[in-house]
Design a protein around this ligand. Structure first.
Ligand code: C2E
Ligand code: MG
Ligand code: MG
Length: 704
């Protein structure tokens, strides 16, 4: 029942018969107290009403003298589809009613006295049906609207919103997400595995997050992705659990944080670098020192910190201004960076100070060399600023981990102290923090300087040590050993200067001299009628790896006139191990010329039998370290015996080196080693003495 407050029901009543109309109105008034009825009795009236509209209900008679109810129904429905139409039909015309229902009629009432009473209920239910339909439509509309609103919002959302299924494939992604991942259409991604977009290093974390969320938790992750067109970007994702019809899924909101990451990185960079030179500042240097100390400790090496201070920098700024001073600092920074290897650190801790940090230094000599290299660089290369050529020399201070200190602060202090000392000495020099190292470095430096001149000054000479055959008791060969007659230090051991010569590369010209001198001397002895012997010359690794070694040897033989069979080259195990193919090639070429090889210091390296078999090695020299403890040391004795046995099986001659005593000789002899070299027979002798030994032609004592 409509209440009093509801607006009147607006009815269009189409009927020719005034009595029937009155009847209808009367019946309806019983149900609907507020009624407004437009009574239509002509086609014109109906057409006008159609034009006006605003009706809640149409009631029409079927039998009209100017039209029929079906036409009215159709006209009304086409004009107002939502407006219910109820029809009066005469008895016996139910088929018409059915036909009308198909055209959208909402209900009908038979036009007979017994049925009029049904009119109000029929009308009400028609109205309610329409109302319900309307409501449903409204709800659907509202739903559709809110859905498209939601889509609009989701698509307008600048973050990537996506749904990932339990199998890891993409179910949905909004427009921003597609743009973010450089997809032109959703089809490029839908159904694909999302993890493919994640950079490999973050995939595990991404997968773990997904699993957690699928189990009901929420989670957040930062990771990097590669877009479909290759753009790398940083993402931050918040994922929540989602229950879908087919099981759990994952709703993720992901944001491009590349800009923030860049900014953060920039801040970190700024906090760790010096603005003028772009070099690490003190903070980062301390950090790197920590790392370097760990590295050095792990590899059993030294970490070296070298502090550098520009000499007389104050004068530069005072006379040429701060702008020039800044330029100088920049150029020094560049040059220092060019002087060190990748992985080493050049830092600018402040003012005109620089620091070099190395984590992989073998010994203090190497540290000294590094500092020396820097000093020499600035001595030779002036810095050109604003047309001024400035020779900027530096004062360097070296601190070594772990010797000087095992802490960052300790090392910084030590390096600064050493640097101050260099300044006190007048600059353009370096000082170690430790006095003992200073002394050693100084000596070494002086030595390498002197070594440079030794060839020119003719300070080298060769001594010769005989190699003896126990069976015949005769000298069957000799080893040429280099000696340096230093003007101040006297005779310097090759153990000291050969490593120095190798480091500086001087070994190449020195080695060439040794080869030539040994060949020349040997030929001279032969020409003088002494019994012809083979001379063994030691080769250094740096000589051996040179491409032209075979040519050098051939040329030397040609120039000195010595036959190749009177020359033997001694190489060490470590030289063999470098690049086996190159080694074999070099040895092959030399063997072609007719040169024999002996393997020096055998037992100290790692040569395996399989290597030896592939090499044209004629002789093994058992290293002195195994011989000297015979027969006291059981291990060494066993090793010596094993080497002899092995060589004999391989048909390689063995020479025992460093034989000093009769016991050693007896033991080696008992093992069938019959070739020997050592003080027991003779020390290495100057050429003249060796010639005398040969001239006497006597069998060496003990060698029978
Ligand atoms: P090496 O080639 O193993 O030479 C043998 C070393 O043992 C020589 O020392 C020799 O004097 C020493 N020696 C020989 N018999 C005995 C002995 O009975 N007792 C003791 N205690 N020592 C003995 P040297 O002459 O001091 O040479 C040392 C090393 O320097 C050589 O070891 C060799 O590796 C290198 N060397 C010498 N001359 C040259 C050279 O011209 N070129 C190259 N690259 N290295 C050379
Ligand atoms: Mg040797
Ligand atoms: Mg040796």
């Amino acid at each position: 029942m409509a209440d009093a407050a509801s607006p009147p029901l607006n009815i269009l009543l189409v009927d020719d018969n005034p009595d029937d109309r009155a009847l209808v109105i009367r019946e309806l008034e019983r149900e609907f107290p507020a009624l407004h009825v437009a009574e239509i009795t002509t086609q014109e009236g109906f057409d006008r009403a159609l034009g006006n509209g605003g009706f809640d209900l149409v009631i029409t008679d079927y039998q009209l003298c100017w039209n029929n109810g079906l036409a009215i129904l159709r006209a009304a429905k086409s004009k107002w589809p939502a407006c219910p139409v109820v029809m009066f039909t005469g008895t016996g015309s139910e088929e018409i009613a059915v036909e009308a229902m198909k055209s959208g009629l909402d209900d009908y009432v038979l036009k007979s006295p017994g049925h009029y009473g049904w009119l109000p209920t029929r009308v009400r239910s028609a109205l309610e049906r329409v109302l319900r339909k309307q409501k449903l439509l409204d709800t659907e509309n509202a739903l559709r609207k809110s859905e498209s609103l939601l889509h609009a919002i989701i698509d307008a959302e600048p973050d990537c919103i996506k749904i990932i299924g339990r199998d890891g494939t993409l179910r949905y992604m909004n427009a921003s997400g597609l743009a973010l991942i450089e997809a032109d259409s959703p089809h490029q991604l839908l159904g694909k595995e999302v993890i493919e977009l994640v950079r490999p290093e973050y995939r595990q974390a991404f997968e773990e997050l997904n699993q957690r969320v699928l189990q009901g938790e929420n989670g957040t992750l930062e990771f990097e992705v590669t877009g479909l067109k290759g753009r790398r970007a940083w993402m931050e994702t918040h994922a929540v659990h989602l229950e879908m019809e087919d099981g759990p899924a994952l709703l993720a909101v992901t944001r491009d944080i590349s800009e923030r990451k860049r900014h953060e990185a920039e801040l970190v960079y700024l906090a760790n670098h010096d603005a003028l030179t772009g070099l690490p500042n003190r903070t980062l240097l301390a950090d790197r020192m920590q790392q370097a100390m760990i590295e050095a400790k792990r590899h059993d090496r030294l970490a070296v910190l070298i502090f550098l201070d520009l000499d007389r920098f104050k004068q530069i700024t005072e006379s040429l201004g701060h702008a020039v001073g800044d330029m100088v600092l920049k150029m020094v920074a560049e040059q220092l960076t060019g002087l060190v290897r990748e992985g080493d650190t050049v830092a600018h801790p402040g003012s005109d100070e620089f620091a070099l940090l190395f984590s992989d230094v073998a010994n203090s000599e190497d540290a000294a060399r590094l500092a020396q290299k820097v000093l020499e660089h600035f001595e030779h290369f002036p810095v050109t600023v604003d047309g001024h050529r400035l020779f900027v020399t530096v004062s360097a201070g070296i601190a070594i981990y772990p010797t000087d200190s095992a802490s960052v602060d300790g090392l910084l202090k030590a390096a600064a102290t050493a640097m101050d000392r260099s300044q006190d000495l007048g600059g353009n020099t370096f000082q170690f923090y430790s006095g003992e190292m200073n002394a050693r470095a100084l000596k070494n430096l002086a030595m390498s300087g002197a070594l440079r001149d030794a060839l020119e000054r003719d300070e080298f000479e060769l001594h010769y040590q005989p190699q003896v055959d126990l069976v015949s008791g005769r000298i069957f060969g000799m080893e040429a050993l280099l000696r340096w007659r230093h003007p101040q230090h006297g005779m310097v051991s090759p153990m000291t200067f050969i490593p120095l010569a190798e480091e500086t590369g001087l070994i190449v010209p020195i080695g060439a001299w040794v080869l030539r001198e040994a060949c020349r001397q040997n030929k001279a002895w032969q020409d003088a009628g002494l019994p012809p012997l083979r001379v063994a010359v030691n080769l250094s690794a740096r000589q051996f790896v040179r491409r032209d070694i075979a040519e050098t040897v051939a040329l030397t033989l040609a120039e000195t006139g010595l036959e190749a069979r009177f020359l033997e080259l001694e190489i060490t195990e470590s030289m063999l191990m470098q690049d086996i193919d190159v080694t074999l090639g070099t040895m092959g070429k030399l063997k072609e010329i007719g040169i024999a090889f002996s393997l020096d210091d055998f037992g100290t390296g790692y040569s395996s039998l399989s290597y030896l078999k592939r090499m044209p090695i004629e002789t093994l020299k058992i290293d002195r370290s195994f011989v000297c403890d015979i027969p006291g040391d059981k291990d060494d004795t066993a090793i010596a015996a094993a080497i002899v046995a092995m060589a004999l099986t391989l048909n390689i001659r063995v020479i025992a080196e460093g034989v000093e005593t009769a016991e050693q000789l007896a033991f080696l002899h008992s093992q069938k080693c019959t070739s020997m070299q050592g003080y027991y027979f003779s020390k290495p002798l100057p050429a003249a003495d060796f010639a005398l030994l040969l001239q006497q032609g006597k069998t060496l004592e003990g060698a029978t």
